[in-house]
Design a protein around this ligand. Structure first.
Ligand code: MGD
Ligand code: MGD
Ligand code: SF4
Ligand code: MO
Length: 719
């Protein structure tokens, strides 16, 4: 019997609602299609999601847990037995070295599974180990630093749904399906963008590449990679000097305006143009059109956050919104109320850093032992993780539990990552396949795939500009011994006698929980109780959820600080940098190109590289260059070159792309293999993480490594 059920895809955070045909008896997924009745995703799916049946049936999928055997290979192990042995090893490590020696790293896919991270975080608290790491700190920690220094508006910024302008910096949601709150939405993006344009939206894009989004923009500022701080400073200077900001709003809610004005003084349009490559008239027009609109925000993706001075870029982006007063005022109904998020008040006032919850402050939590780095979002910084393993002494990491992440392909400095993983006493990977990282593990624990477990759209709750949520019960059983990630950590806690405290209460070690029960404890206090979300099939709007921005208390003294300590200093430091001549980058100007980050539609980081339709689209992460550059270098499309940075070199397949400006190489991350393996770059791609060092070009506050605007040069391989 074939049954049709509703669920949602979890390969990326778009969480597209789907209808699936399943044969429950055979345990097979027969077909998947977008659910056109869904109010958020409207039937949209992408090439990745349409391959859910291939992912489930993939012969390369893990079909049970594995343990390292004496001969160096893997042998099968029952998952309960694996948990017994792993908890025993952890107990020994904690006894000998203390709880800090036990670390976990969770990758992107852990965020697409609502129970995983809350339980894992609680497991760390219960164990007393601060060594909690995720992909957040190699992604966009700068967005958190900006909030932690400027403060945040309690009622949120204007939504995209009501915007008449959108200024988008280094974000390509048409491919990535991810936009920050108030940004051009990552859900069913093209259709919603077209609607917005019919409404009169002005779209301004800042990107070195003429992206899928930039092609639809009214104004595309094709910036030289890494020059966002200069360009944004120039735009702010235009807005403030022409008086285009919201002076009334600033008088009441903003502080530091004069100090900011002063620090921006030297960012004259001609200087900004020379440095950023954006003509002065275009920069000025963008500033005027942004400030001249009435609603809408400046937002960004990974582009400026991977490049140098990420915290400064994010601060200036936030400042554009603050000085133009692009925030929800008292009495306004919020488009993005949050259905699964806690039902907290949303006051129309600045919430200064001192009043922010601990996870949003640059607090005094445990410090990293390297480079003076600190916790961000109550997480230890992943760029320092390999060093924390390799560096001896008190606090050295001995065990690493990797959940839904792929350090070998994703962390900066791939060779160091390998050395670190190989020197651990214990490496455990919870994954759905034998990833490049899992191949080095002592234990690989098999997790079910999304359609095989209950889940709810908690991660994307803050991005939805409608009161929307989707609870998806499992539609298939894995048919083998698989452990859900939360159950794995609850299993370790039970064996080790440590507590797991969730927002709705502690897990009782004697009880067996369903995933729904755990999700109820995780979403405790949400605006809509989880039971109500589960009661309806498919994605739903909860129209009765109405959140209105509340007035600030009279005499409210709080302000958004647009010139906090560190910002004027960093602006001056940027202004003092030498202007790089195009074609002469890096140390001694030895590098001809800047390599920038990008995403590919048919894969999600390292996920999907083995899917059949994705392989038909492409098997490698090509190095895209302007056709004129290929010609100048005497390279033919499809040819293999060596890309060399200050740190290391990788092979890559070059392809022409006229959406890229000359002097730029655009290349996706998450490809390649572990460095000790021989591999054909045309078949598996190359690892851009190998090109960067964690110790030279990094942000002093977060340790975030320069993963875009990397000086490189290209040449034919020497052999
Ligand atoms: N040079 C360079 N490096 C970068 C970036 C860059 O732009 N340039 N980008 C950075 C960014 S933004 C990020 S987020 C990181 C990504 O870093 P990671 O998140 O560490 O890498 P992914 O490739 O997303 O790893 C996902 C892993 O989860 C597994 N998986 C998939 N589904 C499931 C599941 O349901 N359960 C479990 N347990 N496992 C599952 C996959 O098999 C895969 O091994 O990389 C960063 N690295
Ligand atoms: N299909 C697909 N979707 C994904 C992923 C994937 O791998 N594939 N990865 C997911 C992850 S982990 C994340 S974090 C999100 C990221 O989501 P996005 O940030 O939207 O990711 P990208 O599409 O890489 O867009 C980044 C843009 O920044 C530009 N850029 C690079 N350097 C600079 C610079 O110096 N300045 C400026 N202004 N722009 C620059 C690039 O040209 C690119 O267009 O996407 C998620 N979604
Ligand atoms: S992978 Fe594609 S289908 Fe799946 S959620 Fe993301 S955009 Fe939607
Ligand atoms: Mo990411």
């Amino acid at each position: 019997m074939i049954e049709t059920r509703k669920s949602y895809c979890r390969i990326c955070q778009a969480f597209c609602a789907v209808e699936v045909d399943v044969d429950p008896e055979a345990g097979r997924l027969l077909a998947v299609r977008g659910d056109a009745s869904d109010p958020m995703t409207g039937g949209y799916t992408c090439v990745k999601g349409r391959q859910l049946p291939d992912q489930l049936a993939d012969p390369a999928r893990l079909r049970g847990s594995l343990r390292r055997a004496p001969d160096g290979g893997f042998e099968p192990i029952a998952s309960e037995r694996a948990m017994d042995e792993i908890s025993e090893r952890l107990r020994e490590i904690v006894a000998a070295h203390g709880p800090r020696a036990v670390a976990s790293y969770s990758g992107t896919c852990a965020y697409f599974n609502a129970a995983t991270l809350p339980v894992l975080k609680a497991w760390h608290r219960g164990l007393g180990s601060p060594s909690y790491y995720t992909s957040l700190t190699i992604d966009q920690p700068a967005k958190i630093v900006a909030v932690a220094r400027q403060g945040v508006w309690g009622a949120g910024t204007h939504s995209f749904a009501s915007a008449d302008v959108a200024l988008v910096i280094g974000n390509n949601p048409i491919v990535s399906q991810l936009a920050p709150p108030s940004g051009v939405t990552g859900f069913d993006t093209v259709r919603r963008l077209n609607q917005a344009k019919r409404r009169g939206l002005t779209l301004i894009c800042v990107d070195p590449r003429r992206t899928e989004l930039a092609r639809r923009a009214d104004l595309h500022l094709q910036i030289r990679p890494g020059e966002d701080p200069t360009l944004l400073a120039g735009m702010l200077r235009v807005i403030l000097s022409e008086g285009l900001h919201d002076a009334a709003f600033c008088a009441e809610h903003v502080t530091g305006l004069e100090a900011l004005r002063e620090a921006l003084e030297d960012f004259e349009p001609e200087y900004v143009a020379e440095r950023s490559g954006v003509p002065a008239a275009q920069m000025i027009e963008a500033a005027r059109r942004f400030a001249g609109a009435s609603r809408g925000c400046a937002t960004s993706g990974t582009g400026p956050d991977m490049a140098p001075h990420p915290n400064l870029s994010e601060h200036l982006i936030m400042t554009l919104n603050s000085v133009c007063g692009r925030v929800n005022r008292a009495g306004e109904k919020l488009d993005a109320p949050g259905v699964l998020s806690p039902a907290v008040p949303r006051p129309a006032m600045a919430v200064p850093p001192a009043l922010l919850p601990p996870h949003l402050s640059l607090g005094d939590g445990p410090r990293s032992r390297v480079r003076g780095l600190r916790q961000i979002f109550e997480e230890m910084p992943t760029p320092a993780l390999a060093d924390e393993i390799l560096l001896g002494g008190e606090g050295q990491l001995r065990a690493l539990l990797v959940t839904a992440g792929n350090p070998i392909l994703a962390w900066p400095d791939q060779r160091k990552t390998l050395r670190a993983l190989q020197s651990l006493d214990l490496l455990v990977c919870l994954d759905v396949s034998l990833s490049a990282t899992a191949r080095h593990a002592d234990y690989v624990v098999a997790a079910p795939l999304p359609l095989e477990r209950d889940d709810v759209t908690l991660f994307s709750d803050i991005f939805y500009e409608m009161p929307y949520a989707h609870y998806a019960p499992a539609v298939l059983a894995p048919g083998f011994d698989a452990v859900e990630e939360w159950a794995f950590f609850a299993g370790l806690a039970r064996r080790m006698g440590t507590p797991i405290e969730l927002p709705g209460g502690a897990l009782d070690p004697e009880r067996r929980y369903t995933t729904f029960e755990v999700l109820e404890l995780v979403t405790h206090g949400s605006r809509v109780p989880l039971e109500r979300v589960r009661a309806r099939e498919g994605g739903q709007l909860f129209e009765d959820v109405e959140v209105v921005a509340e007035p600030a208390p009279p005499g409210n003294p709080f302000r958004l600080d647009v010139a906090p300590q560190g910002i004027p200093e960093e602006l001056r430091a940027v202004r003092a940098e030498p202007v790089r001549r195009p074609g002469h980058y890096g140390e001694n100007g030895r590098f001809s190109h800047l390599l920038i980050c990008r995403r590919l539609r048919h894969v999600m980081n390292s996920v999907g590289q083995g899917f059949p339709q994705s392989r038909a689209v492409g098997t490698t992460n090509s190095a895209y260059l302007n056709p004129a550059d290929l010609e100048r270098l005497g390279l033919a499309p499809g040819e293999v070159v060596e890309i060399e940075s200050e740190h290391d070199a990788i092979p890559a397949v070059v392809e022409p792309a006229d959406d890229i400006q000359p002097g730029v190489v655009s290349m996706a991350h998450g490809f390649g293999t572990s460095p000790e393996l021989e591999a054909d770059v045309a078949e598996v791609g190359a690892n851009t993480g190998r090109l960067v060092s964690t110790e030279t070009h990094y942000d002093p506050l977060t340790g975030m490594v320069r993963q875009s605007a990397i000086p490189v040069r290209l040449r034919r391989p020497s052999s």
